[in-house]
Ligand binder design. Structure first.
Ligand code: GLU
Length: 511
């Protein structure tokens, strides 16, 4: 594999900007970085890119960290984890960036520009498709078009300025992407992007990103497709600094598409179709708006991870259920797809069900116990475990267990109308009363032994099994639902079974 040609230790990073909750696409990006790092015995760095102070949202950083704790994605170093390349928060690296901006200025690879927003606006109105580049820069107010004296003066007077990269037109810029292959574009189409602003003494994303990837010895940049348009500029920045030899390899991951497959997945799709687009619930500190999260919607983190892993990659066979460790050994960045991946959220519901089925009853019971408590039920763990074993195949979510087994813990307080209409008629009251008498008379109660006896008795009476047993079921459950009837009687025990049936005989009509 081509990565192995590179003798450097594999180091990748997940570098979110704390501008709000982490989008589910960002989780997939982090996951792929994690899989790649683990697979190569490398490091995964968590860096916070907070140089755009205008977009900073309090709480976003903690939210992101909590999301990864919940998901089980572990970082090796970075904000809150420490490490020898710190600080890992860009707002704490101002002095570092200043030095590198100066380096580009000194080397003539960047220049200072004084154009005000109004002046830029005026130019945009004057020249159609205006771009700040070789064709226009000499008409602007910058250190290339103005005498050095004047530039010095303006700076001394405290005029605000930006530093722009000097892009020389007519050069080939090659972006070699592990997923998309080689793309060559001409530098003539690029503009002289702003790298630094004197107003807040902060670099822009582009400069900080490249300087940090270099200083943190990042070997592979794995990120969303939305960053692909920045890649040529990034290549030119590596060149401008003279860092081509250690330039990371790029891999731009495919877009996440709407469930219908047309266009980019957005929060509105989630609202429209009823699925979250964030890992955890998010409370917007400004608007107070609450956006739903997978954790609060009762998804299992393993299911979310497994689902996301397959959005843009597959192991080459039809395997779907994979643990994180399996994914680590099977993952292949170069086998990721270029085409967008449809966000088929129903598949995630399926995964959630499969993970519930894969867990032991004891594990599911642990998750279900707090839910039971919410409903005022406290029961010994073994009882919960048995109940879970009887109904877990019927649910997609842990909270759905309650509706499927509440009757095991609480006698019916009322009886389902539809079920009564269907089954509590003809001789239902009579057969139920007789069945109670028969069960009571038996020396055994255990379902395995009782079931054939009851069946024999029904046959001897000439009754219809379905009628007798469903009427009986309604008295125990409160509705014609639930697992095997003798599993229910086993769970309830003889006394409670008979008590429920006789209570129903008291309160339900005789005919
Ligand atoms: N700060 C960027 C983000 O919010 C990082 C992009 C990159 O990985 O280069 O995703």
């Amino acid at each position: 594999m081509s990565e192995n040609v590179n003798p450097r230790r594999v180091r990748v990073r997940f570098a979110p900007s704390p501008t709000g909750p982490l989008h589910i696409g960002g989780v997939r990006t982090a996951l792929y970085n994690y899989l790649f790092a683990r697979q190569h015995g490398g490091d995964l760095v968590f860096r916070i890119e907070d140089t755009d102070s205008g977009r900073f949202v309090p709480g976003a950083e903690d939210y992101i960290l909590e999301a990864f704790r919940w998901l089980g994605i572990k970082f090796d170093e970075g904000v809150s984890f420490g490490g020898k390349y710190g600080p890992y928060r860009q707002s704490e690296r101002k002095d570092i960036y200043r030095k590198y901006v100066q380096q580009l200025l000194d080397a003539g690879r960047a220049y200072i520009a004084f154009d005000t927003p109004q002046e830029l606006e005026a130019k945009r109105n004057e020249i159609p498709n205006f771009q700040y580049d070789a064709s226009t820069r000499m008409q602007m107010r910058n250190s290339l078009s103005m005498p050095a004296e004047q530039v010095k003066e303006l700076i001394e007077q405290g005029s605000q300025y930006v530093v722009r990269i000097l892009i020389e037109p007519g050069q080939d810029v090659e972006v070699d992407d592990l997923i998309r292959g080689k793309v060559v574009i001409s530098s003539s189409v690029l503009d002289d992007k702003v790298l630094y602003k004197s107003a807040d003494q902060l670099p822009t994303y582009h400069l900080a990103n490249i300087v940090d990837d270099h200083l943190m010895e990042i070997t592979h940049v794995i990120r969303g497709e939305e960053w692909l348009p920045s890649a040529p500029l990034h290549v030119l920045l590596y060149r401008a600094f003279g860092w081509e030899d250690t330039m990371p390899r790029f891999a731009h991951l495919p877009l996440l598409l709407k469930p219908e497959g047309n266009g980019k997945l957005s929060k509105r799709d989630g609202d429209r179709l009823g699925f979250p687009v964030f890992p955890l619930e998010w409370h917007d500190p400004k608007s107070g708006e609450v956006s739903s999260g997978y954790r609060e919607k009762d998804y299992l983190p393993q299911a979310v991870i497994n689902f996301l892993a397959l959005l843009g990659w597959n192991p080459g066979d039809d395997r779907e259920m994979m643990s994180l460790d399996e994914m680590v050994s099977l993952f292949n960045l170069e086998k990721c797809s270029k085409a967008g991946a449809r966000f088929n959220y129903q598949k995630l519901v399926w995964f959630n069900h499969e993970y519930i089925m894969q867990m032991t009853d004891a594990q599911v019971a642990q998750l279900f116990a707090p839910e039971l408590e919410k409903h005022g039920v406290s029961a010994p763990m073994e009882r919960i475990e048995t109940a879970v074993g009887l109904v877990k195949n019927r649910v997609n979510f842990i909270h759905e267990l309650w509706d499927n087994c509440s009757f095991l813990f609480q006698a019916p307080a009322e009886y389902d109308e539809k079920s009564l209409k269907k089954w509590w008629k003809d001789q239902a009251a009579q057969t139920t009363a007789e069945l109670c008498g028969f069960i009571e008379s038996q020396p055994v109660f255990d379902g395995a032994e009782l079931e054939p006896k009851v069946m024999e008795w029904i046959a001897s009476k000439g009754y219809a099994t379905g009628k007798v047993m469903n009427a009986f079921r309604v008295t125990l459950v409160g509705a014609a639902m639930g697992p095997h009837i003798f599993a229910i009687t086993d769970f309830l025990g003889k006394e409670e079974t008979l008590r429920r049936a006789r209570k129903a005989l008291e309160v339900l009509p005789k005919e």
